[in-house]
Write a protein that binds this ligand. Structure first.
Ligand SMILES: C[S@@+](CC[C@H](N)C(=O)[O-])C[C@H]1O[C@@H](n2cnc3c(N)ncnc32)[C@H](O)[C@@H]1O
Length: 263
């Protein structure tokens, strides 16, 4: 450590974060100190964190599948549990696959799958302009094309019937459960990123309803769900003409439903 970022600054920052209830005060303090370029900037970062802003919005990035993903304020912070969805997708994706990251947020899922599977042709879309701007930055290296609009609506018609892997981490929190979420999410992530309607499955229903038009024969749709929602999501997929299976991970505390278009 050099300059203002000395051991005293580190322990003072840890103390402030701990007093504010940050569970990972040591790790967060180290990250804030390494990001701040002056004492004033550090003080401002710490006070925003104490006020409840997500750490990733303060740093401007989140770690996801070992990548540093740019995350602006007003953009959903990719969750570690969602790495499981990417692992499931990587296990079934082919080299050169056409991949669509729908409800892409920062584009974290597409970026991570691009890093895991050779030569994929990547498309992404989101309804929020802040997310689209962020995804364009994160997917530039992958050559990803990012569209703004409601679900499939902004996508080029030429993509119909060609998507091998459709990643869709849709909002899936039931409306009434949003008030039970930690303030970081409830107050600082736009409601459209969280709210899945009465049972949390409204957006998944819409995605599944159109998926067959976009998936290639044998193509897959992968969504994240809570453990209690997964069987309902699987039924929605089946009613939409796909076969469905549920995959769970204790390690990631995550559940993914995989739909497949018949050949
Ligand atoms: C739970 S966040 C997931 C973001 C990203 N896939 C991730 O896992 O980090 C859901 C995303 O869906 C987007 N979204 C919500 N409704 C949408 C819609 N009707 N059309 C397109 N995107 C939508 C939100 O803006 C948000 O970025």
């Amino acid at each position: 450590m050099t300059g203002f970022a000395d051991a005293r600054a580190l322990s003072a920052t840890i103390g402030t974060l701990r007093a504010a209830g940050c569970v990972f005060a040591e790790e967060e303090a180290a990250l804030l100190l390494s990001a701040a370029t002056s004492q004033d900037e550090l003080a401002s970062m710490v006070s925003r964190r104490v006020a409840g802003l997500p750490l990733e919005h303060i740093l401007g990035w989140a770690e996801f599948c070992g990548l540093r993903i740019i995350v602006d304020t007003d953009v959903f912070v990719p969750r570690r549990r969602t790495e499981f969805l990417v692992h499931e997708a990587a296990a079934i994706a082919h080299v050169g696959e056409v991949v669509l990251d729908l409800c892409c947020g920062s584009g974290a899922l597409g970026a991570a799958l691009f890093a895991a599977v050779d030569g994929i042709e990547l498309y992404a879309a989101d309804i929020e302009s802040a997310a689209v701007a962020c995804a364009r930055l994160n997917l530039a290296e992958a050559g990803g094309r990012v569209y703004e609009g409601d679900l499939f609506e902004p996508l080029p018609a030429s993509l119909r019937g060609r998507v091998g892997i459709l990643l869709a981490n849709t909002p899936y929190v039931p409306t009434e459960a949003i008030e039970l979420m930690p303030p970081e999410a409830r107050l600082y992530e736009p409601r459209v990123t969280l709210d899945g309607g009465v049972d949390g499955l409204d957006v998944q229903r819409r995605v599944a309803g159109e998926a067959l038009q976009w998936l290639a024969p044998g193509g897959h749709l992968l969504v994240e769900a809570s453990e209690s929602q997964a069987s309902a999501t699987a039924r929605i997929f089946e009613a939409s003409g796909m076969s469905a299976r549920v995959a769970s991970s204790e390690e990631y505390d995550a559940t993914v439903v995989v739909g497949t278009r018949p050949l």
